[in-house]
Design a protein around this ligand. Structure first.
Ligand code: ADP
Ligand code: MG
Length: 910
């Protein structure tokens, strides 16, 4: 049969594309014992098949051999054979090669034979009559074709059967009642049955896990006739369930009745599991996103909000996702940040990552700062991405930052605006940062300039001072005074506080310092110290002068008395006069000392300094030498001052004398008057100077001048640079005292070789000038006869004074203290015209005594005697207006003049 199958396979394989080949090949087994008949057959077929192979069997042996060999496509047999008949041949051939078609070609025309042969599988029956035998070729073709078709069907059957058996999809056929009619091994295995028969014994309904679902499926199939890919859980024979995807179709008969169902079952457990896993992981992700405390959102390239989690909704104050999803997010972005947000969205949707901090505006209007990290988010296609963003609320951080910035700014302004120099420097002395005050203090123009300096050499006067400082105070120091210099080299004294700041323990990385320029303060302190010294010296001098006054009074007084009483011819008289002269000189000195110590009694008036200077001008000209030019410059609208004109004259004289001495070879002496105002700033730099309006008298000379050291001493009493006997050192001390006592101050400007200017500041007042008292005539002893009560605790001075008065005609009652004086007044019956009393006494003071006695004796006049005044008695050295005072030590003339002045023109008792 090999050949036959070859032919068939060749034939079937080439049938389609090589139709013209059909009939070319044929291997035929020809069973006939008559040569003529065989030739007839061969002749009939040769024209039809170009490659005809004929195996002839003319006897049983040949037939048996051919049958065993096979390989033919067709057998043609005669019916009548000498060793058998065609029917037997047919049966033998069919038994051996069931697929091989057999044609009977015979003379015998017997109906029963034909029927019998057909039953045995004969393909055709062709009569060997001339009429019929021409049909043989056609018959062969038809038979071959039929055989081919049979073969094809058989092959297809085999193929489908194999497909049915091997396909991994479960396939079944069942009755409409669910009884399995057919099932393939895949289904058997899928459902866990040991073999096909046991499955066929089962019913479809046994498989349903959910009977209801099964019923539904059944009904659906019946009505629709087709169900596709229905996913149902099925139960295996062992009870385990699995997910299956079932498709089925109802096959109907002619009348529409359901003959059976055909169906397929696919085990989709794996897919279901995967789907389940996917769903689970999706759910997990969703729940993560949903529970994520930060805002998670997806935004389309055009700004449409696609998704947002609860945290996000809370952030934008949305009640639900519906309120915002599907709408533009731009209204939620603060207007000033919309452009930045648009840029971010565009960039991210092109596939980039991005971060942005911006403000969102909630639906209720609340603004919050958010930090958004965004990544492209897509479905994997080439389409544009969306934006997946996570936004964190950073409002608190921003506020903290803002607060920090503000506090930084305020500290910065504190440092920038501080009146102290504040800096930070490296360990080796480079400025790292400096404030404007330090720049100013060091005389630089910009902070940058300072940053280039080396502190040790460029700032410290002594390059080793900084190192020394850091060595002594390792970690911190407070208020250490150091000597710095400004850009132009001017030295300044700086009070420095600082500390080392350690980045790591033990390692001093940099220094922080605060520097205060105390140069001026030190100068002021120096000035103050000088003033205090003057004060102390003044008190000392004043104390001595007071005692001196009394002594000098006695010396002068008695020398006067002596002179009076000695005969003009007496040589002793000359001696007495010398004593008197020396005493007077000493008295002048003492008065100057008292002036310096501001313990003399001033009798101030409102005066115009211009006229004081003008009045004095003539005398000053006499004082200075001829080669000194005197120039006066008057301020026409000069203000008034209140001062003792005599004292002011004294001041101007002293200054002029000094100027003269400073210009031994001539020069210029300029006296100027002017108004000025001392402001707060100026006053701050001058201790003991009060701001206000002043009148200034300035006296300048073009003399030798003074160095700084001399200037610090000139106002001290007894300081002189003049040779022995020339200077007393009291001139300027007197000036100083008078000016101070008058409420003013004095200032000196001088440079060696360049002359000197003294400026006297006196407080300006607005009162009108008072007329000066009339000039006294040339003094002489004024006599009288009135009764005078003299009170003086210093015995010698009291006696002297009594002498003066008695020798001038007066009646004197004298007492050493107030108590005695009161008693004397009581006892004395006659009038007492005058009380002449010391001011400072033990017991009642002169003033208290005067008060009491004038109460008792109305009309009694009072003259006080005093060497100095004490603040306790005479306010600021000024006696009340109308008080008469005679200054100790006094001469007989001065005393009697004063007495006469007070008592008035003497009554003439003749
Ligand atoms: P005396 O004139 O007796 O020396 P002063 O108190 O008047 O004492 O002056 C003190 C010192 O001040 C003087 O010795 C002199 O050195 C200095 N002095 C004062 N006025 C001037 C001046 N116009 N020019 C230079 N030196 C002066
Ligand atoms: Mg002098």
């Amino acid at each position: 049969m090999k050949s036959l199958s070859n032919v068939f396979s060749r034939s079937s394989g080439q049938r389609q594309e090589r139709d013209e080949d059909r009939g070319k090949f044929l291997h035929v087994l020809l069973v006939d014992d008559r040569a003529a008949d065989r030739a007839l057959v061969i002749r009939a077929l040769r024209g039809e098949f170009s490659e005809l192979q004929v195996t002839q069997a003319t006897d049983p042996a040949q037939f048996a051999e051919a049958l065993a060999g096979g390989g033919f496509d067709l057998a043609i047999t005669d019916y009548r054979l000498h060793w058998t008949d065609g029917l037997a041949v047919l049966r033998a051939a069919k038994a051996r090669w069931p697929d091989c078609p057999v044609i009977m070609f015979t003379d015998t025309h017997a109906e029963h034979v034909a029927v019998e042969a057909m039953k045995a599988g004969l393909e055709d029956y062709v009569l060997r009559t001339p009429k019929h035998y021409v049909r043989l070729a056609d018959a062969v073709h038809i038979v071959l074709e039929r055989a081919r078709q049979r073969q094809a069907v058989k092959e297809a059957d085999t193929r489908y059967q194999s497909l049915f058996e091997r396909i991994p999809v479960g396939i079944y056929r069942s009755t409409s009642a669910g009884q399995f009619l057919e099932a393939n091994p895949a289904l058997v295995q899928m459902l866990g049955y040991p073999d096909k028969d046991s499955l066929l014994a089962a019913n479809l309904s046994d498989l349903y896990v959910n009977t209801e679902a099964g019923l539904h499926w059944q009904t659906f199939l019946e009505s629709e006739g087709l169900a596709r890919k229905v996913e149902v859980p099925l139960r295996r024979r062992d009870g385990l369930t699995f997910w299956a995807q079932c498709s089925a179709r109802a096959v109907r008969g002619n009348r529409g009745e359901i003959l059976y169902y055909e169906g397929s079952v696919v085990d989709i457990s794996d897919r279901k599991l995967a789907e389940e896993a996917l769903r689970e992981s999706e759910n997990r992700l969703r729940s993560i996103v949903e529970n994520e405390p930060e805002c998670v959102k997806v935004v389309a390239p055009d700004g449409t909000l696609l998704e947002m989690n609860s945290a996000g909704l809370a952030m934008i104050e949305a009640e639900s996702a519906e309120a915002v999803v599907g709408q533009s997010v731009y209204p939620l972005v603060a207007p000033e940040h919309q452009e930045a947000f648009r840029n971010l969205t565009e960039s991210v949707c092109r596939g980039n990552k991005g971060t942005l901090e911006f403000e969102v505006v909630g639906l209720k209007g609340t603004r919050r700062w958010v930090e958004t990290h965004a990544v492209p988010f897509g479905n994997g296609s080439t389409e544009k991405f969306s934006l997946l963003g996570i936004s964190r609320d950073v409002t608190d951080r921003r506020r903290a930052e803002e607060a920090l910035r503000r506090s930084e700014a305020s500290y910065r302004s504190l440092v920038e605006g501080a009146p102290y120099g504040i800096y930070r420097s490296t360990a080796d002395g480079k400025f790292q940062s400096v404030n404007p005050a330090l720049v100013h203090m060091l005389g630089f123009d910009s902070e940058e300039e300072l940053l280039t300096l080396d502190m040790s050499t460029d700032v410290y006067q002594d390059a080793s001072e900084r190192a020394h400082l850091l060595e002594v105070f390792r970690e911190r120091f407070e208020g250490v005074e150091v000597q710095w210099k400004r850009k132009d080299g001017t030295p300044i004294t700086v009070r420095l506080s600082g500390r080392a700041v350690c980045a790591e323990p033990g390692d001093s990385s940099y220094f922080e310092g605060i520097a205060e320029n105390v140069t001026e303060q030190r100068v002021l302190e120096h000035q103050l110290r000088l003033a205090q010294k003057m004060e102390a010296v003044g008190q000392l001098a004043g104390g001595i002068a007071h005692d001196f006054n009394n002594l000098l009074g006695v010396i002068i007084g008695y020398s006067e008395i002596l002179t009076d009483r000695l005969d003009t011819a007496s040589p002793l008289r000359n001696h007495a006069e010398e004593i008197k002269k020396a005493g007077n000189r000493a008295a002048t000195l003492t008065r100057q000392l008292l002036a310096f110590s501001r313990q003399q009694v001033l009798q101030p008036r409102v005066i115009d300094l211009n006229s004081v200077v003008a009045d004095l001008e003539k005398m000053l000209r006499r004082l200075i030498s001829e080669d000194v030019e005197l120039v006066t410059v008057f301020e026409p609208a000069l203000g008034q001052v209140k001062a003792d004109p005599g004292q002011i004259e004294q001041v101007l004289m002293n200054l002029a004398v000094n100027a003269r001495d400073a210009m031994p070879h001539g020069g210029k002496l300029i006296i100027e008057t002017l108004n000025t105002e001392v402001d707060q700033a100026y006053a701050r730099r001058r201790p003991l100077v009060r701001p206000g309006r002043y009148v200034v008298v300035a006296m300048s000379d073009t003399g030798v001048g003074m160095d700084a050291k001399t200037q610090t001493h000139i106002f001290e009493p007894f300081f002189t640079t003049k040779e022995q006997g020339k200077g007393t050192g009291l001139g300027l001390a007197t000036v100083y005292g008078i000016v101070k006592q008058s409420g003013g101050f004095i200032w000196v400007y001088s440079e060696l070789g360049k002359g000197t200017t003294f400026k006297i500041y006196l407080p300006r007042i607005d009162e009108a000038v008072e007329a000066a008292g009339r000039d006294q005539d040339e003094p002489e002893v004024a006599r009288g006869s009135e009764t005078i009560l003299l009170v003086e605790d210093a015995d010698s001075l009291r006696e002297l004074t009594r002498e003066f008065l008695q020798s001038s005609g007066y009646i004197v009652l004298d007492a050493a203290d107030s108590t005695t004086a009161m008693q004397l007044s009581k006892q004395h019956k006659g009038p007492i015209h005058l009380l002449l009393t010391d001011v400072v006494m033990p017991g009642l003071s002169g003033r208290q005594l005067a008060e009491r006695l004038t109460n008792l004796r109305t009309g009694m006049k009072v003259i006080y005697m005093s060497g100095y005044t004490d603040d306790a008695i005479v306010h600021h050295g000024v006696l009340e207006r109308g008080t008469v005072l005679i200054q100790k030590p006094f001469t007989r003339v001065a005393l009697t003049q004063k007495v006469r002045e007070v008592l008035g023109v003497p009554e003439v008792h003749q």
